[in-house]
Design a protein around this ligand. Structure first.
Ligand SMILES: [Mg+2]
Length: 180
């Protein structure tokens, strides 16, 4: 029975294990002389918050060579995922098709910070309806609605008002939910 009955947890990247939002805010504030913080984004995606003529700049940040390599790891993500791996099959599932040029950088970032997750367990996809996992931990309500297993909402500023999913606020909450 070795491993046969283990449940599968799929884990999103941006805003779940990788702090893309902080890097976005850092670059945006630097370039536009603003002081936007995560508090300003309560219930809003950064894309909806900035004026229409600044949206292209946001996209350019994600297309820039060094964007993903700069991202901080979300607190406790490494420790908790390593622990989860002892009891669950963990897959990283990123909707990388949204920015196809990000594949290499995202893959390198994972290899650097989550080397304990084998590349055979990394999924770069479009919509997450294709995943056959028991759980998906994600901050994006659209992906959680598409997913066919149990969606777990990882809190980020944009999704604070979304209901209908179990919610975790950080990796300590994930640890409690799956390991206690
Ligand atoms: Mg995300």
């Amino acid at each position: 029975m070795n491993g046969v009955s283990r449940k599968i947890i799929a884990v999103d990247m941006d805003e779940v294990i990788a702090d893309a939002l902080s890097e976005h805010l850092h670059r945006y504030n630097r370039d536009f002389g603003t002081k936007v913080t995560t508090k300003d984004l309560h219930g809003k995606w950064l894309w909806d918050y900035v004026p229409a003529d600044h949206q292209n700049a946001l996209m350019q940040y994600m297309l820039s060579e060094d964007f993903f390599s700069c991202l901080e790891v979300m607190p406790h993500a490494q420790r908790v995922l390593a622990k989860l791996q002892t009891r669950y099959d963990i897959f990283i599932a990123s909707a990388a098709m949204e920015v196809p040029s990000s594949f290499n950088a995202k893959y390198r970032w994972l290899a650097e910070h989550f080397s304990f997750i084998p590349s055979s367990r990394v999924v770069f996809c479009g919509d997450k309806s294709i995943l056959q996992a028991d759980y998906l931990i994600d901050d994006n309500p659209r992906q959680l609605r598409l997913f066919r297993g149990e969606g777990i909402m990882f809190t980020s500023p944009a999704n604070v008002f979304v209901t209908g999913f179990k919610r975790v606020n950080d990796w300590l909450d994930v640890e409690k939910m799956f390991l206690e």
